[in-house]
Design a protein around this ligand. Structure first.
Ligand code: DAH
Length: 338
């Protein structure tokens, strides 16, 4: 039995040297220490020994088991360390590789222009208001003094959803919506989308407008001129000239179309302004008393002015874009220029 124990120790130690990974080590551990393992089998045989042999063999068996346990632990630790190092090496990330540059977006030129317009009018004390894009014809037309037989209501221009509900054709309906809910004085701008059945170099079916409305007890037309002139100079530069041309809008009286001096030729005449020296930028006028009646304001007490500008138009002048449809084509080569 003594020899058997020595043999087991020697064989186990030599097999241990050949173990290459923790799975093999575990197999070997079972082979020797398992319930049916070689060492356990020998230990079980101790019962049959004589009283004289038992302490001697018992001491040796304990030594062998102690030696082997230590040897197994050492090899186990070595293997665990190795395997961890291998794994770390395998999962290593080469941080010297150059990174991929994230694609940075820029604000769309329409957004940039809208923000600039709002900034200018906020500076003059205007508040920002809004209203629905799906509108009732009452607010889009009737309450703006635009009767049922008015050509602006034509199916050719207006995108109807039902007989009475439509996509607003301008931001002007917010004028009456706002006045219904707020007593004068009013000083608002309304940036937003509008829709028309229209498509060419200067029109897209969805477009943006900024509406303006100022109502108070002694408002005059000269204040409209002052506000718009200040806007034009802040938007297009200090040298910008402005002119009012008589025009007609159902919801203002008198009405005007407003031009600025051409930003390309400063007024001498060029291709951009078709030789006229002027660029039209907005419509404006004194609020028609009928509109005040619809909004339940007393036209004998208050006066006011309104204006409305196309944001695509302003952006195309600001950035020199000849065909505004480019603003909606989402071509990154175009958009990255702004
Ligand atoms: N709503 C007009 C349009 O879309 C623009 C406009 C003109 C608005 C005169 C106004 C205004 O408030 O006074 O063509």
């Amino acid at each position: 039995m003594q020899e058997e124990l020595k043999k087991i120790e020697a064989e186990a130690l030599s097999e241990l040297q050949a173990v290459a990974n923790s799975a093999d080590l575990e197999e070997l551990r079972i082979k020797y220490f398992g319930r049916k393992g070689r060492l356990s089998t020998v230990m079980r045989g101790m019962g049959k020994l004589s009283a004289a042999e038992r302490p001697v063999i018992g001491k040796l068996a304990n030594e062998v088991r102690g030696n082997l346990t230590t040897a197994f632990e050492e090899v186990g630790e070595k293997l665990a360390r190795q395997e961890r190092e291998n794994q770390l090496a395998m999962e290593a990330i080469d941080i010297t590789l150059p990174g991929r540059r994230p694609q940075l977006g820029v604000k769309h030129p329409i957004t940039q222009t809208l923000e600039r317009i709002q900034q200018i009018f906020r500076g003059m004390g205007f508040h920002v208001a809004d209203g629905p894009e799906i509108e009732h014809e009452y607010y889009n037309f009737d309450a703006l003094n635009t009767p049922a037989d008015h050509p602006a209501r034509d199916l050719q221009d207006t995108l109807y959803i039902t007989d009475e509900v439509l996509l607003r054709t301008h931001t002007s309906p917010v004028q009456v919506r706002f006045m219904e809910k707020h007593a004068p004085p009013v000083r608002i701008i309304v940036p937003g989308k509008a829709y028309r059945h229209d498509y060419d170099v200067s029109h897209t079916p969805t477009f943006h407008q900024v509406e303006g409305l100022l109502v108070d007890y002694h408002v005059t037309f000269s204040e409209l001129k002052g506000v718009l002139h200040s806007f034009a100079r802040q938007m297009f530069g200090d040298q910008t000239d402005m002119r009012f041309r008589p025009h007609f809008f159902p919801f203002t009286e008198p009405s005007a179309e407003v031009d600025i001096s051409c930003t390309v030729c400063s007024g001498s005449g060029c291709r951009t302004c078709s030789g006229s020296g002027w660029l039209e930028i907005l419509g404006a006028g004194a609020v028609d008393p009928n509109v005040f009646e619809y909004a339940n304001y007393n036209p004998d007490e208050v006066t006011g002015f309104a204006f409305g500008m196309g944001v695509e138009r302003i952006a195309s002048i600001r950035y020199g874009i000849p065909d505004i449809r480019a603003l909606y084509e989402n071509d990154l080569r175009f958009l990255r220029q702004f």
